[in-house]
Design a protein around this ligand. Structure first.
Ligand SMILES: Cc1cc2nc3c(=O)[nH]c(=O)nc-3n(C[C@H](O)[C@H](O)[C@H](O)COP(=O)(O)O)c2cc1C
Length: 145
């Protein structure tokens, strides 16, 4: 997870691993999409204190670095026979308070990790010919251009 690429090597991320069943249950109360309490939830956060530009504004691209770290986490879990899912729909203020996050640490994704209830098939995706162009927009013929 921490090997993910990060713009300017800012590493403006922070993670909280929640395993205590009581805390998992509480956290789930603020994230209705998490159906059953998993054995582990990783709260992936953006640490704004590490992403301040000279003019005082924030380097919001840091959000992408957190997403990359989460993808690494999902791939690592998958490689160990575990399953995970990024969850963005949760009550931010409540999670912030529950995890005692300082103001500059913003929870972006909750990632429940656990053993899959059943073997998972490859997820359906839009056809590559619809979403990938070659050389210029709309050219779906890789030999042309
Ligand atoms: C940024 C992001 C936010 C997501 N938020 C939620 C969420 O709040 N609740 C949820 O059930 N799934 C969430 N997901 C999972 C997606 O719904 C899921 O990846 C998508 O439906 C495709 O399913 P698949 O990855 O199994 O193919 C999120 C995924 C991403 C990338």
């Amino acid at each position: 997870m921490l090997a993910a690429p990060t713009g300017g090597n800012l590493q403006a991320w922070a993670f909280v691993a929640i395993q205590n069943p009581r805390n998992l249950k509480l956290l789930r109360a603020f994230a209705p999409g998490i159906i059953q309490p998993p054995p582990l939830i990783v709260a992936a956060c953006f640490d704004r204190s590490r992403a301040v530009k000279n003019d005082g504004t924030f380097w919001d691209e840091g959000l992408l670095c957190v997403a990359m770290a989460v993808e690494n986490l999902l791939l690592a879990a998958h490689s160990m026979g575990l399953g995970g899912c990024p969850v963005a729909s949760f009550r931010r203020e409540s999670v912030q308070a529950l995890l005692e996050l300082p103001k500059h640490v913003e929870p972006l994704l909750l990632v429940p990790i656990g053993y899959p209830a059943r073997p998972l098939a490859s997820p359906p995706r839009r056809d590559r010919s619809e979403v990938i162009s070659y050389e210029f927009w709309g050219n779906h013929d890789a030999t042309r251009g």
